[in-house]
Design a protein around this ligand. Structure first.
Ligand code: ZN
Ligand code: ZN
Length: 230
């Protein structure tokens, strides 16, 4: 059986052994896989930004000094840096609709979850939803594909009501903008520990807006886990 690298589509050299029946098969060739860079410490303890020390970064301090946003998001964890290879890969995955690419990330995403969140005893995982228009356009929600890798019950109780491009707004506009998320059923989340999933943490605004709706509806602590930290 010929297996192709999901990224460059070159043939993967297969070493058939007993272990390859038991472990997750490689999904990308060594060259492609090694072009992706995993985040190394030190990082900001709240948002996982790679930096020179392990102090809370200025952005996180700004969020935490704002009474409206204080303690809305407990902490974020991410797996990969947003380097050039990852930029290209994410564009192929999201904008050219190559949903199968998500499998490249399965092993590392699951391993990071186990290393960092297993002890938190998370009750539910919630993927950040797309607006219905965007979901129709793309055909899949990348956050949901990532969430499907985790051994946790998933509840899709958030909806996204409006999808003006966040990146076109300034930081202040993003923070003061009315919330694009709303909740359809809050009965299950009362005092529960929630893990929000998204593909990328950029400013943290999207995740915090989603977390705020959950908090306002009685959720306990909220963590976030993203594939990439830009
Ligand atoms: Zn490759
Ligand atoms: Zn930070």
């Amino acid at each position: 059986m010929i297996i192709l690298c999901l990224i460059c589509h070159e043939e993967l050299s297969q070493q058939m052994s007993w272990s390859s029946f038991l472990l997750i098969e490689p999904k990308a060739c060594d060259d492609c896989y090694q072009s992706l860079k995993k985040i190394q410490s030190p990082t900001c303890p709240r948002c996982f930004r790679p930096q020179e020390n392990d102090h809370v970064c200025q952005d996180c301090q700004a969020w935490e000094n704002d009474p409206q946003w204080k303690n809305i998001l407990q902490k974020n964890l991410s797996v990969f840096e947003y380097n050039d290879s990852m930029k290209e890969l994410l564009a192929t995955f999201k904008f050219r609709g190559d949903a199968a690419l998500v499998e490249v990330f399965q092993k590392d995403f699951l391993a990071s979850y186990k290393a960092s969140f297993f002890k938190e005893k998370i009750d539910f995982v919630i993927p950040i939803p797309l607006s219905p228009e965007r979901l129709y356009e793309r055909g899949f929600n990348q956050a949901k594909l990532l969430a499907n890798f985790l051994p946790l019950p998933q509840i899709d109780i958030l909806t996204r009501t409006h999808h003006e491009k966040q990146s076109k707004k300034s930081r202040q506009e993003r923070i003061t903008a009315s919330n694009v998320f709303s909740i359809v059923d809050s009965s299950k989340i009362m005092n529960k520990k929630i893990l929000l999933i998204d593909d990328i943490y950029t400013t943290g605004s999207t995740l915090r807006h989603a977390a705020k709706v959950l908090k306002d509806n009685g959720t306990g602590s909220i963590f976030s886990f993203t594939l990439i930290r830009s």
